[in-house]
Design a protein around this ligand. Structure first.
Ligand SMILES: Cc1cc2nc3c(=O)[nH]c(=O)nc-3n(C[C@H](O)[C@H](O)[C@H](O)COP(=O)(O)OP(=O)(O)OC[C@H]3O[C@@H](n4cnc5c(N)ncnc54)[C@H](O)[C@@H]3O)c2cc1C
Length: 399
């Protein structure tokens, strides 16, 4: 990996140790181009999308044109890249708009990731290029109304083989992009052997109903769906051919949990930048609030959280590049990052005072969106328990 010195890198103000300088020059240029795109096409509109709870799904086509959806897959990548670079794309999206990061994260990490890890060569060839261009949109259906943290213990959604077809029945909850995706990866329990299998459900599908979940306080511009499956027929050729148990789901989540840890760094950076600007411009007692020691303490704590999170994210990404990333690594990274994120956005919110609870000061959206990051991709407790199991050899999910 080429080391670009901090002086020549395009480091962000909250990247105090210039971690971005460890990416290749080619990778950094992609990020600079992406940042410009986001400043023009996302930043000015993100609060309105959030207020209206409207997904900016049109962006996927634009991201496809920019080429940022396909870096993770041999079929669609313009050049081989590092995990840190691919996740830094997510960081940039989250730094600008966390919901946009999730729109892309569900499509690429969960949707395309499931096809890449669980699909045959033919399935990869059929789907990955069209998803990388943004022509088609993907979603990922694992969580159910009655099974969230315990999905590994058994899904209620069932799959029954009938000749060359499968029949799916059940319900899914919280499925991001679920109201408009062209293909939804549905994970279901095979009635014959109780193992978990993945199915590429093309929409619209007879028997599948997706209803938008309203009244959210977090990730409002992500369209999450309640999905009902009543005798949905899927041909055998659309079953993920290389996914045969929950272990295959876990292989996907190992990477998306790390991605969430990178998103957490991006959300913290977005909140930090807004809070710092606010502290420098807001005056009380005749001077900028940034000049008060107690305000500087908050800024210092947030900057330290961001730096520590980035250090762990970089180290975990290096493990991923070396094929050494285990689930306890991504669980540690995600649990740490999400915990620090929650503290950081609260401090940033405080710095903006009363204006911190209103969108215009630029902090409130990050504050709200942090809550979902804390809970999805494994709750804080689940990720701590996965790490605890690795440390002790004892699974403590049920005490
Ligand atoms: C905005 C958003 C987007 C999402 N997108 C998707 C998506 O695209 N696809 C998808 O499949 N899912 C998605 N999810 C679902 C998400 O993954 C789940 O919400 C998450 O896994 C937690 O499940 P749950 O909500 O059912 O909570 P529960 O599992 O009911 O947990 C409730 C609480 O109990 C705690 N708890 C549970 N078991 C234990 C235990 N053994 N020990 C200690 N504490 C425990 C949990 O940590 C949590 O605090 C999304 C969720 C949100 C909010």
């Amino acid at each position: 990996m080429t080391i670009v010195s901090p002086e020549t890198s395009h480091a962000l103000s909250a990247d105090l140790f210039a971690f971005q300088g460890q990416l290749t020059a080619e990778e950094q240029l992609v990020l600079v181009e992406l940042r410009e795109f986001l400043d023009e096409h996302v930043r000015p509109f993100a609060d309105d999308w959030w207020e209206r709870a409207e997904s900016p799904r049109h962006l996927l086509r634009r991201f496809g044109e920019l080429g940022i959806l396909g870096y993770g897959f041999e079929e669609t990548r313009p050049f081989a890249s590092s995990s840190a670079f691919r996740n830094w794309i997510g960081l940039e999206l989250a730094r600008c708009d966390p919901s946009t990061a999730v729109l892309v994260g569900v499509h690429v990490g969960l949707g395309m990731g499931s096809i890449a890890l669980g699909g045959s060569q033919e399935q990869r060839a059929e789907w990955l290029p069209r998803l990388a261009s943004g022509e088609l949109i993907a979603a990922f259906g694992l969580t159910e109304p009655d099974h969230g943290s315990d999905t590994a213990r058994g899904l209620a959604t069932t799959a029954e083989r009938r000749g060359d077809e499968w029949v799916l029945n059940g319900a899914k909850r919280w499925i991001g992009n679920g109201t408009f995706a062209d293909v939804i990866v549905i994970w279901a329990r095979d009635l014959a052997d109780d193992s978990v299998k993945g199915f590429l459900v093309r929409t619209p599908a007879s028997g599948l109903t997706a209803t938008k979940i309203d009244r959210k306080i977090s990730m409002r511009s992500v369209e999450n769906a309640d999905i009902e499956l009543v005798d949905v027929v899927v041909p055998e050729r659309d079953r993920l051919q290389r996914a045969s148990s929950f272990r295959d789901v876990a292989r996907v989540l190992r990477h998306t949990r790390l991605e969430s840890a990178w998103h957490a760094a991006g959300v913290s950076m977005g909140a930090f930048e807004a809070a710092l600007a606010y502290a420098q411009s807001r005056t009380q007692f005749g001077r900028p609030i940034a000049s008060f020691q107690l305000v500087q303490q908050k800024l210092a704590d947030v900057a330290t959280n961001i730096t520590a999170t980035l250090a762990i994210d970089m180290a975990a990404s290096r493990l991923s590049d070396d094929g050494q990333l285990d689930e306890q690594h991504s669980s540690l990274a995600k649990a740490f990052a999400a915990g620090r994120l929650r503290q950081s956005v609260a401090l940033c919110r405080e710095i903006a005072g009363g204006n911190g609870v209103q969108l215009d000061a630029g902090v409130a959206r990050y504050f709200g969106d942090a809550e979902a990051i804390y809970t999805f991709e494994g709750t804080h407790e689940m990720n701590s328990l996965i790490l605890g199991r690795a440390l002790t050899g004892i699974a403590a999910f049920i005490s």
